[in-house]
Write a protein that binds this ligand. Structure first.
Ligand code: ADP
Length: 470
C-alpha cells in the first residue's frame, strides 16, 4: 500500500479523527453516567436519612431512643436491604448502627465516623479498607428536647462501580472497531471519489504528440476532478492547435522551398556546364551547387517528416516481407559500402511479415545502413539481421564504427541533432535521418532504439508488430 497516496492519507486522517472524537465522547459519557448514578444513589440515601430524622427523631425525649431504634429496625430493615444506617448523638456516641448486610459488602463497624462537619445535610464517599467504597448521606436532626442527632444512611457503591466498569469495557471493545470502521469507510469513500484520477492518469499517460486529438475522460460528477479534466482537455486542445500550426508551417515552408531550390540548382548546373567559364567561377559555382544540393536534401527530409507527422504513412499499407525488403535494399547499397571497403552482410533467414508502407520502411533501412556506412571507418563491417521475436519483427543494423557517446544516445533521434558537430562536419547529413526513422517506426506501431559504445560500434534495433499469421 502506498502510504503517500491521498487515499491512504485521507483514510488515516479519518481514522485518527474518529479515534479522537470517540475517545472524547466515550470519556464524557463514562463520566456523566457514573456521576448520574452516584447522584441518584446518594439522593435515595439522603431521602431516607431525612425521613428518619424528621419522623423518628422529631422528639426522642418523648418517644425514647429505644423506640427509635425499634422503628428503624422494623421500618427500614437495613441488613436485608444491604444498607448502612447509623444514628450518632451530639456527643459523638453512637445511638444505633445497623448490622452487617446480607451481601457482606461492607462491615458497618469499620465505617469511619463523619468528620467534624457541621452542615445540616451532606454527602460523602467513604473508601473502606478492602478497596471498596460506600456512598453515605447524612442529615442532622434538630430534635426537640435533645441535641441534634446525625443520621447517616449509606450503601455500597459496588453496583454503580460494576455498571461503570461494564460500560468502560464496552467502550474499550467498541473503540478499535469504530476506529477500524472509520479507516475502512474513509478509504472506500476516498477511493470512490478519486477513481476518476486513475482513469485520467491512465489516459494522460498514452496521449503523446502523435495522438493529441484524443481527450481525457470527463466524469460528470460536478466536482473538482470534473473541472480539472475539463481544464486539462482545454490545455491539450491548445497544444494540439499550436503543434498543428507549427507542423503546417514546416510542411508549407518545405513545400514552398522545393520549387525555387530546384530552379536554382538547374540554373547553377547550366552555368557550370558553360564552356568558356573562368576556372575560379566554375569552382565557386560548384561549391554553391553542393550547398544547394545539401539544402535540397534537408528540405526533402523536412517535407518527409511533416508528411509523417500528418499521419500519411498509413496511406499505402500492405503486407510485406521485411527480410526480403532489407535484403534487396542492402544489395542496392552494397556498392556504397564496397566503396569504403566495408563488409555489408545481408540478413539470412526466413520471411518475416509486417504490415506497412513499403517505401517508408525502405527509407528506414536506407537511413540506418547509410548511417552505418557513414560512421564506420574503412575495413569495418556491418551486420544486418531480421527475425521474428515474440509478437514483433526485429530488424537490426550492427556496425563496427565510431560509436555514440553515452551522453548523446538519448538525443540521436531528435531533429537536427548531430553528435559532436566537428566529428560529423565532413560527413554528409543534417541530423534528420534518425528522426525520420523514428517517425516511420512510430507510425507503424513500432519503435527504434540503439546500443552503442564509442570505438566499438553501434547496434540499432527496429521492432515492428508482426502481421497476422507469418
Ligand atoms: P546525420 O544526418 O547527421 O547522420 P542522423 O539523424 O542520421 O543524422 O544521426 C544523428 C547522429 O547520430 C549523427 O550525427 C551521428 O553522429 C550519430 N549516428 C547515427 N548513426 C550512427 C552510427 N551507426 N554510428 C555512429 N554514430 C551514429
Amino acid at each position: 500500500m502506498n502510504t503517500r497516496s491521498i487515499r491512504f492519507r485521507l483514510s488515516a486522517w479519518h481514522a485518527v479523527l474518529f479515534a479522537g472524537v470517540f475517545a472524547l465522547l466515550g470519556a464524557l459519557l463514562y463520566a456523566k453516567v457514573k456521576n448520574y448514578l452516584d447522584d441518584a444513589l446518594l439522593e435515595t440515601q439522603a431521602r431516607r436519612a431525612r425521613q428518619i430524622a424528621e419522623t423518628l427523631l422529631a422528639n426522642p425525649a418523648a418517644t425514647g431512643e429505644e423506640y427509635v431504634v425499634r422503628q428503624i429496625r422494623s421500618l427500614y430493615a437495613p441488613e436485608l436491604g444491604n444498607r448502612f444506617i447509623r444514628v450518632t448523638r451530639a456527643d459523638g456516641s453512637v445511638m444505633y448502627v445497623s448490622g452487617p448486610p446480607d451481601d457482606q459488602s461492607f462491615d458497618p463497624s469499620k465505617v469511619p465516623a463523619a468528620s467534624q462537619r457541621r452542615e445540616a445535610e451532606f454527602t460523602r464517599q467513604e473508601s473502606l479498607a478492602d478497596g471498596r467504597s460506600m456512598l453515605i448521606a447524612a442529615f442532622r436532626a434538630a430534635s426537640a428536647g435533645g441535641g441534634p442527632y446525625l443520621v447517616e444512611v449509606g450503601t455500597s457503591s459496588e453496583p454503580v462501580d460494576r455498571f461503570a466498569r461494564h460500560l468502560l469495557v464496552l467502550l474499550a471493545l467498541g473503540y478499535p472497531l469504530v476506529v477500524a470502521l472509520a479507516g475502512v469507510g474513509g478509504y472506500i469513500v476516498a477511493r470512490n471519489a478519486l477513481r476518476p484520477v486513475e482513469t485520467i492518469a491512465v489516459k494522460a499517460e498514452i496521449i503523446t504528440l502523435h495522438n493529441l486529438s484524443e481527450r481525457l475522460p470527463v466524469a460528470n460528477t460536478g466536482d473538482e476532478l470534473e473541472r480539472l479534466s475539463i481544464a486539462l482537455n482545454h490545455m491539450i486542445t491548445r497544444l494540439d492547435e499550436a503543434l498543428g500550426n507549427s507542423r503546417r508551417f514546416v510542411a508549407d515552408a518545405s513545400h514552398e522551398l522545393r520549387t525555387p531550390l530546384t530552379v536554382i540548382q538547374g540554373e547553377l548546373e547550366a552555368i557550370a556546364s558553360e564552356e568558356n567559364l573562368a576556372a575560379d567561377i566554375r569552382d565557386r559555382v560548384g561549391s554553391i551547387l553542393e550547398e544547394v544540393e545539401r539544402l535540397g536534401k534537408i528540405v526533402q527530409k523536412l517535407f518527409a517528416l511533416s508528411r509523417l507527422d500528418a499521419g500519411e504513412a498509413q496511406e499505402e499499407w500492405v503486407r510485406l516481407d521485411l527480410a526480403e525488403l532489407v535484403a534487396s535494399t542492402a544489395e542496392q547499397m552494397l556498392l556504397l559500402a564496397e566503396d569504403k571497403r566495408i563488409g555489408l552482410a545481408p540478413p539470412s533467414g526466413k520471411a518475416v511479415h509486417v504490415m506497412g508502407d513499403r517505401a517508408r520502411l525502405k527509407q528506414v533501412v536506407v537511413n540506418l545502413v547509410d548511417n552505418a556506412v557513414k560512421y564506420t571507418p574503412p575495413g569495418g563491417s556491418i551486420q544486418l539481421r531480421v527475425e521474428a521475436e515474440g509478437p514483433n519483427a526485429m530488424f537490426e543494423v550492427a556496425d563496427t564504427g565510431v560509436g555514440i557517446p553515452v551522453a548523446d544516445i538519448p538525443h540521436v533521434f531528435e531533429r537536427f541533432f548531430r553528435v559532436d558537430r566537428d566529428r560529423s562536419s565532413n560527413i554528409d547529413g543534417a541530423g534528420l535521418g534518425l528522426s525520420i526513422v523514428k517517425s516511420i517506426c512510430t507510425a507503424h506501431g513500432g519503435q527504434v532504439d540503439v546500443e552503442s559504445a564509442v570505438g566499438s560500434g553501434s547496434r540499432f534495433r527496429v521492432t515492428l508488430p508482426l502481421a497476422g499469421s507469418n
